[in-house]
Design a protein around this ligand. Structure first.
Ligand code: TA6
Length: 282
């Protein structure tokens, strides 16, 4: 059975190769992706899964804001990851097994609609093959007027030891360093490594970046329709400051998050925007 609903409001995807993925309707959050029997995503053991808070791990969807915005009274990273999405159904073609989810403006709370008063529909597709995971977000502006937003796929990758991890493909790019009060820095390293808190927004990033573990290729991430890539690890102090994240879990994750967050994305009335990533487990 390529896709079926579970008892805890999620959809379980199964590919003939044995690859699997699980997506919770809450936030349309991918919470598991296994290839060759091993889990490739990180979800904190303290993650809150009762719908009262965004899930700490997997792939939360950031929309319509990234971080917080003075003008828009929404919680950090917006409402998409805190909303109950509809399961639209299964789509299969070629080798992909795919499912689709949707979120419409009329599913938001009054406060959310007041904070971001636009008519929209989000369609989110999650697809797997033997060793790839594709997540694609389509934003449809169902208003007459243009609206603007920021969006990002906040992927938490599972790693055995963060000190043995490097991100390739970011050399010579400029990033905003949130650990240095938003300083603009040019990346001098071929391999970006983590030896402390890292919270960077790299801009104008090429389509492909990769993650290596113990000097061996582990993940390839190819993005389309999105300009930026965030690299985040909370390290010790920030890990202790998150109630839904174990104090000793930071060595086992790295977030490499593709999105369009440095500038507002503008979509005219009736038009759509598509942002997508294909992650390959190498
Ligand atoms: O994507 C990086 C980031 O914006 C960090 O600044 C940190 O706040 C992280 O997201 C987690 O945010 P959250 O709202 O999920 O606690």
């Amino acid at each position: 059975m390529p896709a079926h609903e579970t008892s805890h409001k999620s959809i379980l995807l199964e590919h003939p190769s044995g690859a699997k993925a699980e997506i919770r309707l809450f936030g349309a959050t991918v919470t598991s992706w296994t290839v060759d029997g091993s889990e490739r995503l990180f979800v904190s053991k303290n993650a809150i899964l009762d719908g009262s808070k965004a899930i700490r791990g997997g792939i939360p969807i950031v929309f319509p804001i990234f971080g917080t915005e003075e003008k828009i009274k929404l919680p950090q990273h917006g409402f998409a990851r805190n909303s109950n999405w509809d399961y639209v159904g299964i789509l299969t073609d070629n080798d992909e097994v795919a499912v689709r989810f949707s979120l419409k403006d009329n599913q938001l709370t009054h406060e959310q609609r007041s904070a971001w008063p636009h008519s929209f529909r989000l369609n989110y597709t999650v697809a797997i093959t033997a060793n790839t995971l594709r997540t694609t977000l389509v934003v449809k502006n169902e208003d007459e007027d243009t609206f603007e937003f920021k969006s990002l796929l906040h992927t938490y990758f599972r790693v055995p030891n963060i000190e043995q991890v490097a991100v390739n493909g970011l050399s010579k790019l400029t990033y905003t360093d949130k650990v240095q009060n938003g300083a603009k820095v040019v990346e001098e390293n071929q391999k970006v490594t983590v030896a402390g808190e890292v919270d960077r927004v790299y801009t104008n990033v090429p389509e492909e970046v990769s993650i290596e573990i113990e000097n061996k290729p582990a993940f390839k991430i190819v993005k389309t329709g999105m300009k930026d890539t965030v690299v985040w690890n909370p390290w010790i102090d920030k890990a202790k400051g998150m109630g839904d994240f174990g104090d000793h879990e930071y060595p086992n994750m790295i977030c490499v998050e593709v999105g369009s967050v440095a500038e507002w994305v503008k979509v005219a009335g009736g038009e759509t925007w598509t942002g997508s990533q294909i992650i390959t487990a190498l």
